[in-house]
Design a protein around this ligand. Structure first.
Ligand code: UT7
Length: 333
């Protein structure tokens, strides 16, 4: 008897209404629109409204994914939210989403995953294990962030990169022997480079040295961008190759690569390293910047809705982020 396989049966995403263009950024920090677009490919990012929380973004994206899946909130038997910018220290944002989304009758377990920009693929991989083991059938997996709340708006090397948003998928357990669904996932971490990419404060660490009222959150994003860039390309290349080898495939089998949307140059360099032509790489970073855990499902939803991704195509999800963490998921759509 084959184990059940998880298949994505609906996708959704949400970007807050407020947009911030490069020109607007150039008015508040020492940069130019030209520098940002040529070095990152980012043209604008979205900023959550003051009263909008990560759970609100996640709820919008989750509802859209449920609608696309033709699935009621009560049908869900697991909710996982990947985020580094939760509403509160506790409870988990996933639990808040369960309530907001109206999954009242489900009493389904709900928890958060924290793997920064790799968070969505980590969450997808965990959901896949729950489905394969028979523990869950219908799972909502969300990546949602209000990353602009943890930016230092005086640091031009980071504040130009990030934006807010959410993306979601609904997984269903497919009939035994079905060939569509998640073929494999691979996850990795190396915690020895925290200083290259981290948030300066935390709960047990407390607020950063020199804390002042500018930083209402518990610290802000600090990154050695240049070094992270090199590590990201190397790791995303390696974990993509790992996924292909595990499935006896080559890059020629891949219809679409959906890499973490951090910087257009990182996407191009990763695609080159893997050997996939740029026409088969989904790029959405231009209109939302780096949305951390939301980036992969945002890009996936866009490519599903505009019809690029078609049934039975091979889709490779690939991400890298703080930790460092990196992961891939290979899907037959
Ligand atoms: O999600 C996973 C984590 N994040 C990432 O994957 C991001 C990874 N890194 C990057 O995307 C890029 O490294 C950056 C976009 C952050 C920076 O691009 P870069 O081509 O690596 O530039 P750099 O850090 O080598 O800096 C080049 C110059 C420096 O000036 P000097 O020292 O050469 O005089 C910077 O001070 O560009 C300067 N610079 C800027 N100039 C104008 C840095 N940021 C800016 C800015 N505007 N916003």
């Amino acid at each position: 008897m084959n184990a059940p396989r998880a298949r994505i049966i609906g996708t959704g995403s949400y970007l807050p209404e407020k947009r911030m263009t490069n020109e607007e950024l150039a008015k508040i920090v020492d940069t130019t629109s030209e520098w940002i677009s040529s070095r990152t490919g980012i043209l604008e990012r979205h900023i959550a409204a003051e009263e909008e929380m990560t759970s609100d973004l996640a709820t919008h994206a989750g509802r859209r994914a449920l609608e696309a899946a033709g699935c009621a909130p009560e049908d869900l038997d697991l909710i996982i939210c990947a985020t580094s910018t939760p509403d509160l220290v506790f409870p988990a944002t996933a639990a808040i989403v369960q309530h907001k989304i109206g999954a009242h009758n489900a009493k389904a377990p709900a928890f958060d995953i924290q793997a920064v920009c790799t968070g969505f693929i980590y969450a997808l991989s965990i959901a896949d294990q729950f489905v394969r083991s028979g523990m869950s059938k219908k799972v909502l997996v969300v990546g949602a962030e209000t990353f602009t709340r943890i930016l230092d708006w005086e640091d031009r090397t980071t504040c130009i990169l990030f934006g807010d948003g959410a993306g979601a998928v609904v997984l269903d357990a497919v009939e035994e022997g079905g060939s569509r669904g998640i073929l494999s996932t691979h996850m990795h971490a190396d915690g020895s480079h925290v200083e290259l990419l981290h948030v300066t404060g935390g709960i047990s660490k407390g607020r950063p040295r020199g804390f002042d009222v500018r930083h209402e959150a518990l610290g802000f994003v600090d990154m050695q961008g240049n070094e992270v860039f090199k590590q990201a390309v190397k790791a995303m290349g390696a974990v993509a190759e790992e996924a292909l080898a595990a499935n006896g495939m080559t890059v020629d089998n891949v219809d679409w690569l959906i890499p973490h949307q951090a910087n257009k140059r990182i996407l191009q360099a990763t695609a080159k390293r893997i050997g996939i032509p740029e026409e088969r790489v989904i790029v959405t970073v231009d209109h939302h910047g780096n949305t951390s855990a939301a980036s992969v499902p945002l890009a996936l939803d866009e490519a599903v809705r505009d019809g690029r991704i078609q049934p039975n195509q091979i889709v490779l999800l690939d991400a890298f982020g703080g930790g460092f963490t990196w992961a891939s998921a290979l899907l037959r759509w």
